[in-house]
Ligand binder design. Structure first.
Ligand code: SF4
Length: 695
C-alpha cells in the first residue's frame, strides 16, 4: 500500500469491479484519493472488501488515460487531438452521412456494464431516439444474457431472487459454474462463513476450485463434469428428485403451472435422463449424482448460485431454466436461504440489462413489439420507435461483413479483446466506416476507431450501479472528469449534435425519468436511496416502497412458475482426433476480466500472466513440463502460453484465464453461442496443445 498521507474528507461510493457491489469510502486529500476504505454500512459488503476494490483503483489516474478527444479519417492515419466540439460534430456528421447512404439501421450502439445505470439508459435512448434504430446491445450479451432469458421464461423476472445475506439462512448450497473465491470474493467470504457453520456444499465444476478443497472448506460433493454437459447434469439431478419421491408437491401444486410441470416430470423421469445414463455424458459417477440430488432435496433450505460457467455455453439458457426447474421442484424459491442466484460478473451487468440495453427490450425488460409499452416511451421521448428488435452484437459483426452495418458507437467496452473469435471481430470492425470509441484508455477496439471520446472512471461521475442482488447503490463523484465530461454528458453532446437534444443537469434527473417509465423502478430516486441508507433493491414501487430483498415470495412475477423441458443437446465443440482437449476459461482473484484496470495499478501483485492449466497425464502425453511454452490451437486460431501442470484440472480438459491481451485466449475461442441469446460459448473450445519453443 502506498502511503499518500492523511485524508481530509471522505466520499461514499461503490466499487467498479464485480457484481457484489461493495460500498467504499473514498478518503480524499484535496482532489486526490488517498485510500479506499470498505464502508461498514455498505449493505452489500458490511465493511468487507477484496483486494481489487481496496487496492486496485490507481488505474483511474494512470498515465495511459486519454483525456483529449481524437479523430482520424482512416484507421491507418495517426490520431489527431481535437476539441470536444470538433470530435462530436465529426462523429455526428459521420452517423448522418452513413444513415443517409445506407439507411438508419446501418448504425448501432453498445452500452457498458462498467458504466452507470443512467449512462446505459442514455446510450439506449440515444440509439433508439437519435439514431432511430433498435440496434443497441450490451456487453451482458457475452456473459449473462441467458440469465435474463431463462429466468424470465420460468420465474417471470430477469434477475436473481435473493439478497447476499440470504446465504446465512441456507442449509445446502449448489455452486455451479462459478468460482466466487476468485470472482466474487466478498460473497464467497459470507458463503464460507455459512459453510463453517455447517451448511452442506455441492460444487458442479470441471475444475477443482477453492471451494472444492481448501484448508478450511471441503465440498460434500464435487461433481467434476465435462465442459458443456451442465444441462445433462441438472437433468440427471432432477431425475433422482422426480423418481425418488423428493418433489415438493405442495409447493409445485400451489405455485406452478401444473401441465408444464407434469410434462417436465415425465421428461426428467425417462431412463435416458437417469444418472446412470448421464454418467457417460458428464463423466461423473452416477452414485455421486444420486447422493448430491438427495442431499439437495432433503437437506433443508436449498440455494443455487451460478456464474458464467452456466451461461457461456451453447445451452446457456437451457441450463438457467434447468436451475430454475430444480429450485421450483424442491420448493426452494420465495423465502430466506433458498433461491436462484446468478453471480453477475461486472459491477453493473444487472443494471445495464435493466436499462433496456438489449435490442428487443425497452427499460424494465419490456419487448419493443409491445404497442402499449412502445407508445409510453414514444410519448415521453417524442419520437417513434421501431417495433422490430434490432441487431445483437454478433449480428452486427455479421452485418458489417455483409456490408449492411457501417457505424458503431461503443461506450466502455473493448469488443476487440473481450468478444470471441478475435479474427472475425477484427474483420467486422475493419469493414465499418465509422467507429466511435468512448473509453478511459486507448483499448484494442480503438485500433479500429475513427473517433475517440475520453471516458470517465467511476470516481468522476454521479449515478448508480445495480449489483447481482438487484441492489441499486449510489456512485458519487470524487473528482472532476479528467477528459472534461462524464460519460453521460458526452452521450448528451452527441445526441444534441444529431438533432435530438437530451437535457439533464444531473444524473438524478435521468433516474427520475427511468422511474417514470419503468414499473419496477417507480419508487427509485437518489433521494429515496439516501433515505434507505445508500441502496435499494428493485422492484421498488408503490407495492414495495422499501424495495424487494426476496422476490417471488407469495407468487412468481409471471404468476405461476413455469417448468421448461431441458433436453441435453451436445455442443458442436466436442473433442476430436485433431482437437482432443476441451479448453475452458475463468478468472483469478487479483485480475479482472481483460485486465484494462487491474493491469494499470502500481501494486506488484497484479503483475502475473495467463497460464494454461493442464493435467499431468495430458502433459506427459505431450512431453510438456511445468513452465514450458505450449501452443493452443482451435479450429479458428492459435495462441501460446506457459503450461501449469496441475491436478486441479481433470484429464482431457485445459483451462486458462484471459486477463492479458498478449495471451489472446479469445484468438482460439469460437463463435459458437447460446441458441437463445447468442451468448458466446467461451467455456468450451475443442483444442490441441503442443509444446513449442518461444522466441
Ligand atoms: Fe469490488 Fe467485488 Fe471485490 Fe467487492 S468483491 S471489493 S465489489 S471486486
Amino acid at each position: 500500500v502506498i502511503d499518500m498521507g492523511q485524508p481530509e474528507h471522505a466520499v461514499v461510493t461503490t466499487c467498479a469491479y464485480c457484481g457484489v457491489g461493495c460500498g467504499f469510502k473514498a478518503e480524499m486529500k484535496g482532489e486526490q484519493v488517498v485510500r479506499m476504505v470498505p464502508w461498514k454500512d455498505g449493505q452489500a459488503n458490511r465493511g468487507h472488501s477484496c483486494v481489487k476494490g481496496r487496492f486496485a483503483w490507481g488505474y483511474a489516474t494512470h498515465k495511459d488515460r486519454i483525456t483529449k478527444p481524437m479523430i482520424r479519417a482512416n484507421i491507418q492515419d495517426p490520431w489527431r487531438e481535437v476539441s470536444w466540439d470538433e470530435a462530436i460534430q465529426y462523429a455526428a456528421s459521420e452517423i448522418k452521412r452513413i444513415q443517409a447512404k445506407y439507411g438508419r439501421n446501418s448504425v448501432g450502439g453498445l452500452t457498458s456494464s462498467r458504466c452507470t445505470n443512467e449512462e446505459t439508459y442514455l446510450v439506449q435512448k440515444l440509439v433508439r431516439a437519435a439514431f432511430g434504430t433498435n440496434n443497441v446491445d450490451t456487453c451482458a450479451r457475452v456473459c449473462h444474457s441467458p440469465t435474463g432469458y431463462g429466468l424470465k421464461v420460468t420465474l417471470g423476472e430477469s434477475a436473481g431472487t435473493q439478497t447476499f445475506d440470504s446465504v446465512m439462512h441456507t442449509d445446502v448450497v449448489i455452486v455451479i459454474g462459478a468460482n466466487p473465491s476468485a470472482a466474487h470474493p466478498v460473497f464467497a467470504s459470507r458463503l464460507k462463513k455459512r459453510l463453517r457453520q455447517g451448511a452442506k456444499l455441492i460444487v458442479i465444476d470441471p475444475r477443482q476450485t477453492e471451494l472444492v478443497d481448501s484448508p478450511h472448506i471441503k465440498a460434500d460433493y464435487h461433481l467434476p463434469l465435462r465442459p458443456g454437459t451442465n444441462t445433462a447434469m441438472l437433468t440427471a439431478l432432477a431425475h433422482v428428485i422426480a423418481t425418488e419421491g423428493l418433489i415438493a408437491e405442495d409447493f409445485v401444486k400451489e405455485r406452478c403451472e401444473i401441465p408444464a410441470f407434469e410434462q417436465w416430470r415425465a421428461f426428467v423421469s425417462q431412463p435416458e435422463n437417469s444418472p446412470e445414463a448421464m454418467q457417460g455424458v458428464t463423466g461423473v459417477p452416477a452414485e455421486d449424482i444420486r447422493n448430491a440430488a438427495r442431499l439437495f432435496a432433503t437437506g433443508g433450505n436449498g440455494s443455487i448460485y451460478y456464474g458464467l460457467g452456466v451461461t457461456e455455453h451453447s445451452q446457456g439458457s437451457t441450463t438457467v431454466m434447468a436451475i430454475a426447474n430444480l429450485a421450483m421442484a424442491t420448493g426452494n424459491v420465495g423465502r430466506e436461504g433458498v433461491g436462484v442466484n446468478p453471480l453477475r460478473g461486472q459491477n453493473n451487468v444487472q443494471g445495464s440489462c435493466d436499462m433496456g440495453s438489449f435490442p428487443h427490450e425497452l427499460p424494465g425488460y419490456r419487448h419493443v413489439s409491445d404497442n402499449v409499452v412502445r407508445a409510453q416511451f414514444e410519448e415521453a421521448w417524442g419520437v417513434s420507435i421501431q417495433p422490430e428488435p434490432g441487431l445483437r452484437i454478433p449480428n452486427m459483426f455479421d452485418a458489417a461483413l455483409e456490408g449492411s452495418f457501417k457505424a458503431l458507437y461503443c461506450q466502455g467496452e473493448d469488443i476487440a479483446q473481450s468478444d470471441p473469435n478475435t479474427q472475425h471481430v477484427e474483420a467486422a470492425l475493419s469493414a465499418m466506416e465509422c467507429i466511435i470509441v468512448q473509453d478511459i484508455f486507448l483499448n484494442e477496439t480503438a485500433k479500429f476507431a475513427h473517433v475517440f471520446l475520453p471516458g470517465s472512471s467511476f470516481l468522476e461521475k454521479d449515478g448508480t450501479f445495480t449489483n447481482a442482488e438487484r441492489r441499486i447503490s449510489r456512485v458519487r463523484k470524487v473528482m472532476e472528469p479528467m477528459g472534461g465530461y462524464a460519460d453521460w454528458e458526452a452521450t448528451c453532446l452527441l445526441s444534441k449534435a444529431l438533432g435530438y437534444p437530451m437535457n439533464y443537469s444531473h444524473p438524478s434527473e435521468i433516474m427520475d425519468e427511468i422511474a417514470r417509465l419503468t414499473p419496477t423502478f417507480t419508487g427509485v430516486s437518489f433521494a429515496r436511496i439516501e433515505e434507505l441508507g445508500g441502496s435499494v433493491q428493485w422492484p421498488c414501487n408503490e407495492q414495495a416502497p422499501e424495495g424487494t430483498p426476496i422476490m417471488h415470495t407469495d407468487a412468481f412475477v409471471r404468476g405461476k412458475g413455469k417448468f421448461m423441458i431441458t433436453q441435453y443437446i451436445p455442443t458442436d465443440e466436442r473433442s476430436t482426433r485433431k482437437f482432443p482437449l476441451l479448453l475452458t476459461t475463468g478468472r483469478i482473484l487479483s485480475q479482472y476480466n481483460v485486465g484494462a484496470q487491474t493491469r494499470r495499478t502500481d501494486n506488484n501483485m497484479w503483475h502475473s500472466a495467463d497460464v494454461l492449466e493442464i493435467h499431468p497425464q495430458d502433459a506427459e502425453d505431450r512431453g510438456v513440463n511445468q513452465g514450458d511454452w505450449v501452443a493452443i490451437q482451435s479450429r479458428v486460431g492459435e495462441t501460446v502460453l506457459r503450461a501449469d501442470v496441475t491436478e486441479r484440472i481433470q484429464p482431457g480438459v485445459v483451462y486458462t484465464t484471459f486477463h492479458f491481451p498478449e495471451s489472446g485466449a479469445n484468438v482460439v475461442t469460437t463463435d459458437s453461442s447460446d441458441w437463445a441469446t447468442n451468448c458466446p460459448e467461451y467455456k468450451v473450445t475443442a483444442v490441441q496443445v503442443r509444446k513449442v519453443t518461444q522466441t
